[in-house]
Design a protein around this ligand. Structure first.
Ligand SMILES: [Zn+2]
Length: 245
């Protein structure tokens, strides 16, 4: 398993029936990467405790951690729901990724080891294998994890944590907003790795900018659309009520 998720879930927790809190957190993040958890759906402690065969207190720790990073939303009396990022939240995430990831790969291109480059090519091989086998869930997960793999090459644990959060939330935003399948095209990832292997920081940064721009375009975040809100709904309801009177 990649260091990204391990870092996020590194705190030691008591083991119960083979699953620790960090393992549960990691599995839930993997499930989101594989687009298996539906955004906006309610998720309960008892469901997860039963699924992982652990006590609710172990599950509660994991849910609370995912809630801290915005992946689960906690509502008083209602419990937890899986986040369903709005369009403006998705835009902010992609903006932040544009600020971080091009500079990250520029730095990696300047200082990387042969082992880093080898592990990135191996990751792309795994992506290609999943693509050839039409294993969509694995491909979607590996595509997301590619960005975390890059963060690991930076050897900055804070960057790994931040990108894990942004990547998980981007996956949920894609599920909510993309009108068709959005993925990371194979040639875009390989162009980034080639630039890193060539120690060409400027080219790596440009390739990453282009790649993130591509994801934002697929999400159509620049198209102005009205997002439903309770406030505007109440305004509309009060107007229609006055007209009836
Ligand atoms: Zn990508």
């Amino acid at each position: 398993m990649n260091v990204g998720l391990e870092t996020l879930t590194a705190r030691r927790q008591p083991r119960r029936h083979g699953h620790t809190e960090s393992e549960i957190t990691r599995r839930l993040i993997e499930a989101i990467f594989e687009e298996r958890l539906p955004p906006g759906e309610r998720i309960t402690e008892s469901q997860l405790a039963e699924t992982f065969e652990v006590s609710r207190s172990v599950v509660r720790l994991s849910m609370s951690k995912l809630s801290e990073i915005g992946v689960f939303k906690k509502t008083p009396n209602l419990g937890y729901t899986i986040a369903a990022p709005t369009r403006s939240e998705a835009r902010m995430m992609l903006d932040l990724r544009q600020m971080i990831e091009p500079e990250m790969v520029r730095k990696i291109a300047k200082a990387n080891t042969d082992a880093d480059v080898q592990s990135l090519w191996e990751h792309l091989d795994a992506e290609n294998k999943a693509r050839e086998c039409s294993d969509r869930s694995t491909l979607v997960r590996l595509s997301g994890e590619f960005h975390l793999k890059l963060a690991e090459c930076s050897r900055n644990v804070y960057l790994v944590q931040m990108l894990t959060q942004l990547q998980v939330l981007t996956c949920l935003a894609i599920l909510v907003h993309a009108e068709r399948e959005v993925g990371c095209p194979r040639d875009e990832h390989s162009k980034i790795v080639q630039a890193i292997a060539d120690h060409d920081g400027n080219r790596a940064a440009e390739e990453m900018k282009h790649h993130l721009q591509h994801i934002a375009e697929e999400l159509q975040l620049d198209v102005q659309r009205n997002e439903p809100s309770l406030e505007s709904a109440f305004q509309w309801l009060s107007r229609s009520q006055r007209q009836e009177i």
